[in-house]
Design a binder for this molecule. Structure first.
Ligand SMILES: [Zn+2]
Length: 155
């Protein structure tokens, strides 16, 4: 898993994402409803899993049948459920998708950029393919185990 995705998973699990319900606790004045859909309270669970705008993404990735069983729980419950039920690669795909969803949300909210939910499944797949390819070839470490560079002694 990419290091930035690992950090993001840690932040999700420890409820360290700055959504409205958390900001209110810290006395920051923000609207409580979801900034994307206008529905419900802006909780991390809503922003990353159950917002109506995200359902098409989950359908497209083929994970809605699993998500719909846990999506209305608390963040830690959802993450543990997914960790238990999904094969390793599917869990990694899900966590990378969540990172992209958070990035898209923040770009839309704070960067005045248009949401690109429609291309997120493609971005996630490309991202994971590149990461896995680099990992397989050792390029993250600057090594290439398939074709190792051998310095021959000069005569
Ligand atoms: Zn929403």
């Amino acid at each position: 898993m990419l290091p930035k995705v690992k950090v993001f998973v840690w932040r999700m699990f420890h409820l360290a994402l700055p959504v409205a319900t958390h900001l209110i606790f810290w006395k920051v004045r923000v609207p409580l409803c979801c900034s994307q859909s206008g529905e419900e309270s802006e909780t991390p669970e809503h922003e990353l899993f159950s917002c109506s705008g995200l359902i098409p993404v989950w359908h497209r990735l083929g994970v809605w049948s699993v998500l719909c069983r846990c999506v209305y729980g608390l963040m830690q419950e959802i993450l543990l459920f997914l960790f238990d039920r999904l094969p390793h690669e599917a869990f990694e795909l899900m966590m990378t998708t969540l990172w992209w969803l958070w990035y898209d949300r923040n770009s839309d909210l704070f960067g005045n950029k248009q949401s690109r939910l429609d291309v997120i499944p493609d971005l996630v797949n490309n991202h994971l393919e590149e990461f896995n390819e680099y990992g397989r070839r050792g390029l993250y470490l600057g090594l290439d185990p398939v074709n190792p560079v051998v310095n021959r002694a000069t005569r």
